[in-house]
Design a protein around this ligand. Structure first.
Ligand code: HEM
Length: 494
């Protein structure tokens, strides 16, 4: 048949009333592959998704992404549907609000995130965690020789680390530590699972009757609230005694004291101003824990899996680390330490490692899809007409695999594509929106690279990580791209 007669593919077929619900349902467990395949077959890299009550676009087109994230930012908030689904858990924290309330929190948090004192505090916290938790755990695993789940290790590390950064406390030293980590896990996954119901409102019935996953969600939120509110209360008494801390909670407390209008806008329930302040602080801090917890651990898990099939990349990272250590020795004549920790400047100089991590997140981004809602009718740069209330999702995972963006070798893991004369060169964030882009770009990008580079460099320098050769990981559909069943590895000392 002549190619002229072949029908043009415009994405999954949309039927009256049901839309493409059947295709969506059949592919719900492999949503990312399905969406990537559909988008890559359309010249605009954008297709329509329609289910009863929900309609919108899935796009992998950088011009569309820039349109919604920057040039028409005000027309594409997260929207009520998103914020409503996560409200029970995140309240009105920065991650879950739009408009003025978001702007105020963003301003206060951005200021704190730019300070050198916070950066130093983060570096110290990560170093403490590596020395006292990660290295002993991995040394022990290497001695015993058993298989361990590396995702679980990173997950625990990230949770402890973000709790120390957020509250200055070590959750392992607190009695309810295990149930707290589990509660955060349940609250995150059950809340985000609300997005993936084939019948979008079914979860409300479960919530109404307090059964199934919604019952577990309620219990999990109670555990989180009890923990966070307890810390806020004890922090108040500390402050009265004049003790000053460096963590996020103290910084946010100071910001809220200086700007009471933040609380007035952020908490409209009953209660005294002090109660409202506590609830608002709880929401702010929980948003940060949620944003900073799963993301870095997920990124590191996929990174080590990709690395396991690329000995040449691992060797290049080792070479870079040994150069950094050599420069250190020349300067300070330091003796070889059992546990090697890296300063901020040293981490900054590791261009190849930065490239390898960025490349790994291109193929396996910690946040695979992000969604905005159109506040009014609009036309996307590729000509698609968006009606008020429709969603526009941009596929971060799919964009990393688009030939139109990365060329014919888009499926290959090649850190070199990020290097020019040995120096790391970042990509346009609308072609690589792994940390989002525009006014709402991730606030923890620098913090996450400090954490990921420190951990990766410390492990690669000291250990060999072996993944079973035949292991083909799958992902779970959630806000983050978690590896289903974890990453089983054997650790050995080098
Ligand atoms: C590899 C690690 C990370 C990745 C890939 C990442 C990615 C993202 C993405 C895609 C968003 C946008 C989400 C949305 O609006 O729906 C975001 C927002 C955010 N991230 Fe990260 N993140 C990472 C680590 C962190 C860390 C360590 C923190 C700090 C604790 C953090 C704090 C935030 C905050 C506060 C926001 C909300 C910003 C706003 O709405 O103005 N992130 N991040």
């Amino acid at each position: 048949r002549s190619s002229k007669k072949r029908p043009v593919y415009n994405g999954p077929t949309i039927y009256p009333i049901v839309g493409n619900i059947f295709e969506f349902f059949i592919n719900r467990r492999r949503f990312l592959e399905w969406a990537t395949d559909a988008a890559s077959r359309i010249p605009s890299n954008t297709f329509r998704i329609q289910r009863p009550g929900v309609s919108g676009f899935y796009t992998c087109n950088p011009a569309n992404v820039e349109h919604i994230l920057r040039t028409h930012f005000d027309n594409y908030p997260k929207g009520q549907r998103f914020t409503y689904l996560l409200h029970d858990f995140l309240g009105r924290g920065i991650f879950n609000v739009d408009g003025e309330l978001w702007k105020m929190q963003r301003k206060a948090a951005s200021y704190e995130f730019k300070t050198n004192s916070l950066r130093n505090f983060v570096v110290e916290t990560v170093q403490w965690e590596i020395r006292n938790r990660l290295m002993p755990l991995l040394c022990n695993a290497a001695q015993i020789g058993d298989c361990i789940d590396l995702q679980n290790v990173f997950h625990g590390f990230a949770f402890d680390n973000i709790c120390r950064v957020a509250f200055g406390v070590d959750p392992l030293h607190l009695r309810p530590s295990l149930s707290l980590a589990q509660a955060f896990d349940d609250a995150t996954h059950i809340s985000s699972g609300r997005f993936f119901y084939t019948l979008p409102h079914l979860w409300k019935l479960e919530r109404f009757f307090n059964v199934g996953s919604e019952k577990r969600l309620r219990e999990a939120i109670l555990v989180v609230d009890e923990f966070v509110m307890g810390i806020i209360r004890s922090r108040r008494s500390e402050e009265e005694e004049g003790r000053v801390r460096e963590d996020l909670l103290s910084r946010f407390m100071a910001a809220v004291m200086a700007n009471p209008e933040l609380v007035i806008a952020g908490c409209d329930g009953e209660g005294t101003m002090a109660d409202k302040t506590d609830v608002f602080l709880r929401d702010m801090v929980v948003s940060f824990i949620m944003a900073g917890r799963d993301t870095t651990s997920t990124a590191l898990t996929w990174f080590f899996w990709l690395l396991s099939s690329r000995p040449s990349v691992e060797e290049a990272i080792r070479l870079e680390i040994s150069q950094v250590l050599k420069a250190r020795k020349e300067e300070e004549e330091e003796e070889e330490e059992e546990i090697v920790l890296f300063s901020f400047e040293e981490l900054k100089s590791m261009h190849y490692l930065q490239a390898a991590l960025s490349e790994s997140m291109r193929l396996c981004p910690p946040v695979p899809v992000d969604t905005k809602i159109a506040a009014s009718d609009d036309v996307l740069p590729d000509g698609n007409v968006v009606r008020k209330g429709c969603f526009v999702s941009y596929g971060i995972y799919s964009m990393g695999r688009m030939e139109s963006i990365w060329g014919s070798d888009c499926l290959e893991f090649k850190p070199e594509r990020w290097l020019r004369n040995g120096e790391f060169v970042g990509e346009n964030p609308y072609r690589y929106p792994v940390f989002q882009a525009g006014p709402r770009i991730c606030l923890g990008k620098e913090m996450s690279f400090i954490q990921m580079k420190s951990i990766a460099a410390s492990i690669i320098h000291r250990f060999s990580v072996t993944v079973k050769t035949e292991y083909v990981p799958k992902y779970t559909i959630s806000i983050t791209l978690r590896m289903k069943g974890g990453l089983p590895v054997v650790i050995s000392r080098r």
